[in-house]
Write a protein that binds this ligand. Structure first.
Ligand code: FUL
Length: 680
């Protein structure tokens, strides 16, 4: 009897507590599926571009290459997996079939595969080796397949759809779980090329049948969206909500960077970018692996802006990740681990202007408990709030991490951050969206308190984690510039740095020449510069520029001078020559030079960068010799410099590029940031 009484009292007390705890906020708008939530938590994973292009120095193979060129001498997928794991990545997605149609597995539906290659006498299967290596290292495995196929004889006919569905079946049914199916949307056929109407319903059926939980990138049935560029950033405002129907009507890429507030679908952004200028390995880019500061920047503008980072690390011709790339990945890991080691908010006293129901279930202690599913929330209808973090003593901080509890939707639309130095409050930053994760980087402040003011939210704000950190400040990099006359100047934004440089290819050290005034390098050469601070105990990364001959004597002969033709040869990548009056550029070098090739630098964001071209040279400006006819592969999505070598060095006084097609044939005219010849 007594026991029953105690039990009854217990039930009454529990009911009372439960009555005082308001229900959790109702979800607002679309929310992620459990697969998408798990996907978002992965944050960072590896892209592998590997295939015949690795051996032919191409970005877009034509599909007519001899499959025998594919012959890695020491391929080791376990090395890739080990590096990915050590780098802190959670998965690997591989180009099982790129635009050249070459299959990295012995497909029954193609004759352009590893089976036809020289590698392992045609007995190898890279998907097998990689999927097993991923399993061994606890990484997820994903597959990239390009619907655009420049090899398959049926491409451009109805028959191709079944062929593609069959290849998709092979990769999705033969190698264990696939966490993400990546469909590449690129197609470089141009207005006169082959037209293929894809049967996306058929392809979706295959994914659903064999990998029902797989995330889908690309296609009308995407479940995550491309971020709209291949340069490693989402917009500062980044909604995971989207409206595909509205987007497909305009295909405005900036909408992909930002998402759509109050969009009716949950379609978060994936940021794909390469650690090198191109997607495939080339020995020419061994010294062009992105710097640590660039990589950190990419991390902050992807993971730090509510996106997942898919970082491409292309294996070399041995079939191994090159030491320059792996070293950079480890540096990045080290910098992130060090920067985010101590959460200063953990030992702080946190107060909020409003707590849902005034109960601890939704209290601020949830913000630093490291548990994903506990959160702080305000009462329904309370759309603004501030959270004050009392650090109790002066602390230097320069990073703020906020996480919204996205299982209940994305809500926050505007927020500001301030710090208190003991006397007064000062603003740090004002921003818009948060989403799964938002990292703000700001110059270090010495603060006693930090306050986050949520100024606007679509429904009551819900945050599950807050972090405050002091990461090591990166030293600004020296900026090396050369004018048309060949005079080199080096600048640096850091406070009072000492800049040292070399011109013999060696690494600058504290003993190298100190930069005091500009110097001439009109004949070309290599400049390496480094900034030193704090009595030269600390130094920046090295910046390297490899110059060709200066353009002092050059003149653009084509087009109207009023359109800024000279910008194309002024050695300043920031200026550009954009024109509609002519469809070529003719340049007089002012002297006869022995030329090995040419380069073209497009302008990021221009729609009419050059795609297909014919390139000619001449000794008299009248009789022209065609040296190259080609296309700058992937210029639309990845507008980086292209170097093109002639078959043999040639004597040249004039050069001409005929522009046959631009990246967006609907846009008239063309744009050139820089163009020039290669003589060294
Ligand atoms: C692009 C492709 O054309 C590139 O070659 C690369 O695969 C990139 C990831 O997607 O659209």
């Amino acid at each position: 009897m007594k026991n029953i009484f105690v039990l009854l009292i217990g039930v009454v007390v529990l009911t009372l507590v439960a009555c005082n705890t308001p229900a959790p906020p109702a979800p607002y708008g679309p929310v992620p599926t459990s697969q998408l939530l798990e996907w978002q938590k992965m944050e960072y994973y590896m892209f592998i571009h590997f295939g015949p292009n690795t051996f032919t120095d191409k970005e877009w193979g034509h599909g007519d290459e001899d499959p025998k060129v594919f012959n890695p001498s020491a391929l080791d997928c376990r090395q890739w997996a080990r590096i990915a794991k050590d780098a802190g990545m959670k998965a690997i997605i591989i180009t099982a079939k790129h635009h050249d149609g070459f299959c990295l597995w012995p497909s029954n539906y193609s004759t352009h595969t590893v089976r036809e290659s020289a590698w392992k006498d045609g007995k190898g299967d890279i998907l097998r080796e990689l999927s097993e290596a991923c399993k061994e290292y606890g990484l997820k495995f994903g597959v990239y397949l390009s619907p655009w196929d420049r090899n398959h004889p049926t491409y451009g006919t109805d028959e191709y759809n079944q062929v593609f569905a069959n290849t998709l079946t092979e990769v999705l049914s033969g190698y264990g779980p696939v966490f993400e199916q990546w469909f590449d949307g690129a197609c470089g056929e141009g207005p006169n090329g082959k037209v293929q109407v894809y049967d996306w319903k058929l392809f979706l059926g295959v994914v659903k049948k064999f990998q029902p939980d797989a995330i889908i990138f690309g296609s009308p049935y995407w479940t995550v969206r491309w971020v709209g560029n291949e340069r490693g950033y989402a917009d500062e405002t980044n909604w995971s909500t989207f409206d595909s129907e509205a987007y497909f009507k305009t295909e405005d890429l900036s909408v992909l960077e930002r998402g759509i507030e109050n969009g009716k679908e949950w379609l978060p952004a994936e940021v794909d970018v390469s650690i090198r200028p191109g997607w495939f390995y080339s020995p020419a880019t061994d010294d062009k692996v992105k710097s640590l500061s660039k990589m950190l920047g990419i991390y902050y503008t992807s993971v730090g802006r509510n996106g997942n980072l898919l970082l491409n690390v292309p294996p070399d011709r041995r079939g191994l990740i090159h030491p320059n790339d792996s070293a950079r990945l480890m540096e990045l890991r080290k910098a992130l681990d060090a920067g985010f080691a101590v959460n200063l908010a953990k030992d702080a006293e946190i107060k909020a202007s409003n707590v849902r129901g005034n109960v601890s279930a939704y209290g601020v202690q949830n913000l630093t408990d490291g548990k994903y599913d506990t959160y702080w929330a305000t009462g329904d209808g309370q759309l603004t709030a501030s959270i004050e973090i009392d650090l109790k003593k002066e602390q230097s901080v320069n990073r703020l991490v906020l996480q919204e509890y996205i299982p209940l939707g994305q809500r926050i639309k505007a927020f500001g951050v301030e710090y208190f130095d003991g006397t007064e409050w000062y603003p740090i930053d004002r921003q818009t969206t948060v989403g799964y994760k938002r990292i703000l980087c700001f110059p270090s402040v010495t603060a006693k308190k930090i306050r986050i003011n949520i100024e606007e939210s679509l429904a009551c704000p819900i945050l599950n984690e807050i972090g405050l950190y002091k990461a090591e400040e990166m030293l600004s990099l020296p900026v090396i510039l050369r004018d048309k006359k060949g005079n080199v100047t080096i600048r640096c934004e850091s406070d009072d740095p000492i800049i040292r440089y070399t011109t013999d290819g060696s690494e600058p050290t504290a003993n190298s020449t100190r930069y005091v005034k500009s110097f001439n390098m009109s004949a070309g050469g290599i400049v390496k510069a480094k900034a030193f601070v704090n009595g030269e105990t600390q130094s920046s990364e090295t910046v390297t520029i490899n110059y060709d001959i200066a353009t002092e004597k050059w003149k653009v002969l084509s087009g109207n001078p009023k359109t800024g033709q000279e910008n194309a040869i002024d050695e300043d990548p920031q200026t550009n020559y954009s024109f509609t009056d002519v469809s070529n550029i003719v340049v007089d070098l002012g002297e006869k030079l022995t030329v090995k090739g040419f380069f073209y630098l497009p302008l990021p964001h221009a729609r009419n960068n050059v795609y297909k071209y014919d390139f000619y040279t001449s000794l008299d400006g009248k009789k022209w010799q065609k040296m190259k006819s080609g296309a700058f592969a992937n210029i639309k999505n990845n507008p980086v410099r292209h170097d093109v070598l002639f078959d043999r060095p040639t004597e040249v006084r004039y050069f001409k590029m005929d522009i046959l097609e631009t990246a967006d044939p609907k846009d008239s005219g063309a744009t050139i940031a820089e163009i020039g010849v290669l003589t060294r």
